[in-house]
Write a protein that binds this ligand. Sequence first.
Ligand code: IFM
Length: 457
Amino acid sequence: MKLTESTSAPLIELCRSLRPDFQWGSASSAAQIEGAAALDGKGPSIWDRFCAEPGRINDASNIDVACDHYHRVDSDVALMQWLGLDAYRFSISWPRVQPLGEGAWNEAGFAFYDRLLDALLKAGIAPHATLYHWDLPAALHDSMGGWTSRDIVPRFADYAHEVARRFGSRLASIATLNEPWCVATLGYETAQFAPGLTSRATAAQVSHHLMMAHGAAVLAVRSACKTRLGVVLNHTPAFAAEALEADRRAARIDDGLNVRWYMDPIFRGSYPADILDYLGADAPQVSAEDLALIHQPLDFLGVNFYTRSFISTQQPPMAAPGKQGFTDMGWEIYPEALTQHLVRISREYSPPPIYITENGMANADKLVDGRVADVERIQYVNEHLKALARAVALGVDARGYFYWSLLDNFEWNSGYTKRFGLFHVDYATQERVAKDSALWYRDFITAFKSRRTLKAS
Ligand code: IFM
């Protein structure tokens, strides 16, 4: 699909407000695409284990093969090059490079990322690595309870140091953690994600250990290389359903748990007092030294934005209006929240430059005669880019946008039932087909780059 009158509107706006060197990218994560789950010395992760537990994954699938990216690095990088991407965000699988999460390194695992980096750099695509996108070495869960133990902090710092020592000079950036809210809340409180525990107190303690691991990794990476360093947080801004005091209060708590609980310690060196009160006896054990460790200067903040939370305290609760529809995840499409939220966090926290490290939609895509006509996704991206451009026009320092995701892939407890990709993946044959949204994104990037060239001449 070519850029049409209606879909070129964000481009025109973007051309006015975005920096000429704004980075266009796409993102993925190791566990969701690599496969090769037990190959070349990789150790099991808590997600390999979780998939094997009956009832955990909606379609009872696993990540043994996933998108087989492990064996398809060159052709997958060629897809990125065809799109014209400036940047690619991926994660490193800790158990692939250190099977037990401590002790011996796995050279074959590092060799895989070495190949990926070579291919990306040869294609002129800037590599952005995330150290932790949820695939904890299962051995660490067994030996120390994984993130429930403070002892994981030095283990994570060692791993971060080794990755930075080996790859730092070739990486455009390193993010310590992806979405610590999901790790702690979905993994340790609601049991939707690995390791599948159900304790609010444990989840709160886990979130604190994640924050400490972030701080320790920042110090470790800085001691090994000069790469730009940051963290990736998922922000789902909370809106009160009605102008009721109870809804407003509940929305404030929701915001506190999702946004402020992570932003405050990282950028202010403290946890929000109202959330400490709210957690009461479930609040984590925190020392002043812990807070000092977490509160490190960063070079960028990654924000993953998909939707908003619509908070209603009424019975039955008021449903989100969904005037612009819902994605196949059931998430309300509400792009204006992106503008508001970026402006808000910029004012409240004065963060370093922001990257939208994830944004995208799951859609009920159909491959018909070799084509996926995913107009919904084009519309979704179009509206979110407009919202981003508006935020930049209002003073937000945003430097890049990564569409989630390059390929259809393993969507955690939804298995392979949800498709987020710019490329459709046939899991039986591993054939990739560019969806209409991929063609649209490619045309859009080309148009943006021609503006870059114009500016430079
Ligand atoms: O697939 C996930 C990704 O791993 C983390 N952020 C949200 C995406 C969509 O749910």
